[in-house]
Design a protein around this ligand. Structure first.
Ligand code: B3K
Ligand code: ZN
Length: 875
């Protein structure tokens, strides 16, 4: 296949003003009748071409006349119709087969034939699996949707938009109609039909609209939807308050399914969620999962303005909606919970997922220039780095300026399909600033390295900071341009006091924190009246998505870790110190950096005033993937061992007695699991303390973990205990696992965790564990959550297990990818990204990975999705 290129974009020759759909639903066979009112761009004289994949065409007519065979052609996913003109009406009737749809794209069945329900997934290009249409986001149409089905089997019929009638039909059938007054691209179309329960609530928008909020799920889990309903209401209020945006339909539906390719989908007025991100209950969900539910509910809701009311002109602009919506969700979650914990979580995620992506063969710009399979571009780069770009621009404009810019963006582009240029222009125009320089961030891949060097002139009391930037080549982009890099900074005296900042006016901000912008390859910034040689705190709040290179001494980082008042910056100093410790620690060697890291943390551990959750984050060194990202030749087993050595030393430094005492104090507060921040923080620290204890007193830790497992009142404590037992290969692990397996036999979300916790057992044993789990009757490749919970967790989150020294896990994964690809190409392609980074493995593993990949690439009949990833990763 030839790639699709951004520079080839042309406005559509044919668009659709209105679409009327009449859908006769059935599990094996569904018939879709569509009536399109067409518009033709007089500048373009191409024939009418509509997308359609795998549709069985039953009838076709143009302007009321049935088309003869010579009047149209349907081949290779395109229906070409002759004789259409501006204002023509095209009617088609097609058959699709939901129960046979294992790719979960288009119309498909969730659950069993007897009890399951029908639903759709259209983004990015699923609508063409349902009906003929110009399947591109810049064709916005008005939708009228009529659903018909057997009332017994499908009592609930839902589509996006406002309800516009329902009633009975002969033969036990019924119908329901929905009209969406807001023109939308077809990727936002959705329907749901089946036996579902609901909970609901009335909501009054600030502009006086009464909206019914309804959450739907299968009956057995409807009680787990209350938290999501609350989160939805909080999101709606927040968007009204923070952006002046309120909801625009009479009803907002949210539906949970266990069969979903991704997290959730923002279909207009009918959001559909992977149950993992909607259901929440203390017995099944961890604290992290509660926060994830809140975040994803908010994310999908915020899309109503950033994505739906203003959509994307083409899929290259995907980050226009995704990066911006991730950013809005991050702001919301920071407001609802702790801002510094949220920032820590997001930066850690960026480093664990996006940095490796940007450093390997799959690197691509936030706005890619070309793609073959768009579903492969829902990446950490488009989402998380995209959000960081919005954050930089928002920081540049300040809170009010950003709001002014967003207001202008909505005013100009409401009801349109926009571009990233449109976005930056609106933000810039509203503030009389030219933001065009930030476009380079969107078009250039790779993580920039920011090199910083400080010099103190004691005679003149001047501190000069020299900054330079460099981005390494990425595939297809040998030469990199300098980017605008906002560096938020403070200076600390050697006594830990913040120093006031005086510059020549080239910096924004006041007092002790300022933002300087490096927008050339190198630049110098001079600070005056600096009383003594300072320790710079750079890139505060992670003000730009770059890798900072500054030659800190361990003492300097320990000083920042101890004295910075801001939780995020403190954590960041600790992470950098841990990196330094890692780099200088050789087996058995004594490392100054490692001692400094342990000492500083042990001191913080003693402080009563430390926040429990922040302390837990501080005590957690960067993950194995982050350590690997810094090495030119990666040995995952060594990284695992060396990271554990660091944790071991930390545990020793704190001491068994202190750890035990803290564990007991934290465990004393059991009882009903409460969700407030303080209780969550205690559980988080408790887990961390138990993990440290396990490194220096296995027996005692195992006993405590076993007790915690059996007495836990909620999933957070239960899973933490199980994880310690499994990872440490405790004698008590087997019975706890058996107990968990039985207790949650009918709870798929809990069972997923049971698979995952075992797939994450470190080192050599992991592969055998995973293979054995495949024969558990609950394992299936057909369910994406289950496939991810075992294979995804193993390949993408267990580096020492997946990258075993003999390379045996590579052909194993390749074999599963082939099987999975035949069922669900999107999931296969996503799991295949676990091979990213293989070029930097040490030679033995590298060779084995290459062989597995090459034989996978030679396999006949791979989907375009999987072959694109395998092809790119091999480059
Ligand atoms: N927009 C959807 C993702 C669709 C993925 C298609 N392969 C979820 C979200 O970002 O909100
Ligand atoms: Zn999104």
């Amino acid at each position: 296949t030839t790639p699709i290129r951004l520079r080839d974009y042309r406005p559509p020759a044919w668009s659709v003003e209105a679409i009327e759909l009449e859908i006769d639903l059935g599990i094996d066979s569904t018939e879709v009748s569509s009536r399109l009112t067409l518009r033709n761009d007089p500048q373009q004289s191409t024939p009418l071409r509509l997308d359609g994949e795998g549709l069985e065409l039953l009838a076709i007519s143009l302007d009321g006349r049935k088309l003869e065979a010579h009047g149209y052609r349907y081949e290779q996913g395109v229906l070409e119709v002759h004789g259409a003109h501006d204002g023509s009406v095209l009617e088609t009737r097609v058959r699709v087969r939901p129960a046979a749809n294992t790719a979960l794209e288009g119309l498909y069945l969730s659950g069993s034939r007897e009890h399951g329900f029908l639903l759709t997934q259209c983004e990015a290009e699923g609508f063409r699996h349902i009906s003929f249409f110009p399947d591109r986001p810049d064709v916005l149409a008005r939708y009228t949707v009529t659903l018909r089905a057997d009332r017994e089997r499908f009592p609930v019929l839902l589509a996006g938009g406002n309800p516009a009638g329902s009633g009975d039909l002969p033969d036990g059938r019924h119908w329901a109609r929905f009209i969406d007054p807001h023109p939308k691209p077809c990727y936002l179309f959705a329907l749901v039909a089946g036996r579902l329960e609901n909970i609901q609530r009335d909501y009054l928008t600030t502009d006086g609209r009464k909206v019914k909020l309804v959450i739907w799920s299968e009956a057995n889990v409807i009680d787990c939807c209350h938290y999501a309903l609350d989160a939805l209401e909080r999101s709606m209020r927040w968007d009204e308050r923070s952006y002046g945006r309120s909801f625009d339909l009479d009803v907002f539906h949210v539906v949970a399914t266990h069969d979903f390719n991704m997290g959730a989908m923002e279909n207009k007025g009918l959001n559909i969620f992977n149950a993992k991100y909607l259901l929440a209950d203390p017995d099944t969900s961890t604290d992290d999962e509660y926060r994830a539910v809140e975040a994803v509910v908010a994310h999908e809701y915020f899309h109503n303005w950033t994505g739906n009311r203003v959509t994307c002109r083409d899929w290259f602009q995907l980050s226009l909606k995704e990066g911006l919506t991730v950013f809005r969700e991050q702001q919301f979650s920071a407001d609802m919970n702790s801002a510094s914990l949220k920032r820590i979580e997001d930066v850690a995620l960026l480093r664990r997922t996006q940095f490796p992506e940007d450093a390997g063969p799959l690197a691509h710009p936030v706005r890619p220039a070309e793609y073959r399979e768009i579903n492969n571009f829902y990446t950490a780069t488009v989402y998380e780095k995209g959000s960081e770009l919005v954050r930089m621009v928002a920081g540049r404009l300040g809170q009010e300026g950003f709001r002014r810019g967003m207001d202008l963006y909505f005013e100009r582009h409401d009801g349109q399909a926009a571009t990233i240029e449109d976005f930056l222009s609106a933000l810039g125009d509203a503030n009389h600033i030219d933001l065009a320089a930030y476009l380079t961030w969107y078009s250039q891949a790779g993580t920039p390295r920011l090199h910083a060097k400080g010099e103190y002139d004691a005679a003149r009391h001047e501190y000069t900071l020299s900054l330079s930037q460099q981005t390494r080549p990425t595939p297809g982009e040998p030469d990199k341009k300098p980017l605008p890099i906002p560096v938020k900074l403070s200076l600390f005296g050697r006594d830990g006091q913040l120093l006031p900042l005086h510059t020549d006016g080239e910096a924004q901000g006041d007092g002790a924190e300022k933002v300087i912008v490096l927008d050339r390859a190198t630049q110098r910034f001079v600070f005056k009246q600096v009383a003594s040689s300072p320790v710079p705190s750079l890139l505060r709040g992670f003000s730009a998505p770059v890798v900072l290179e500054y030659n800190y001494t361990p003492d300097e980082l320990a000083l920042l870790l101890t004295h910075d008042a801001d939780g995020f910056n403190r954590w960041e100093a600790g992470q950098q110190l841990a990196m330094l410790a890692f780099d200088t620690l050789r087996d058995g060697d004594d490392s100054v950096a490692c001692r400094a890291w342990c000492k500083a943390l042990a001191a913080l551990f003693e402080q009563d005033a430390m926040d429990n959750a922040l302390l837990a984050d501080l005590l957690t060194p960067p993950g194995e993937i982050e350590f690997a990202d810094r090495q030119s030749e990666v040995d995952p087993a060594r990284i695992h061992a060396q990271r554990e050595t660091m944790q071991h030393r930390l545990a020793e430094q704190i001491g068994i007695d202190a750890l035990l005492a803290r564990y007991r104090a934290l465990a004393a507060d059991a009882g009903e699991p409460r969700l407030d921040a303080g209780s969550q923080a205690r559980r988080r620290l408790k887990r961390c303390v138990l993990e440290l204890l396990a490194l220096i007193d296995a027996e005692q830790a195992n006993t405590l973990a076993a007790r915690q497992y059996s007495t836990a009142s909620g999933m957070t404590d239960r899973l933490a205990a199980l994880s310690v037992l499994v990872r440490r290969r405790a004698p008590q692990a087997a019975s706890a696992l058996a107990h968990f397996r039985e207790r949650y036999a009918d709870n798929p979300l809990a069972l997923d965790k049971w698979f995952t916790v075992q797939a994450q057992v470190p080192d050599e044993p992991a592969l055998a564990v995973v293979r054995k789990l495949e024969s558990d009757p609950a394992f299936t490749l057909k369910n994406p959550n289950r496939a991810r919970s075992l294979l995804g967790a193993f390949a993408s989150t267990n580096p020492s297990g997946f990258h075993r020294a003999d390379g045996a896990a590579y052909p194993y994964l390749a074999e599963r990818l082939v099987q999975l690809d035949a069922l669900n190409p999107q999931i296969a392609a996503r799991l295949a990204t676990a091979f990213n980074g293989w070029q930097r493995l040490e030679p033995l593993r590298r060779h084995a990975a290459q062989q597995a990949l090459e034989s996978l690439a030679r396999h006949e009949g791979l989907s375009p999705n999987l072959s694109e990833i395998v092809g790119n990763v091999l480059k």
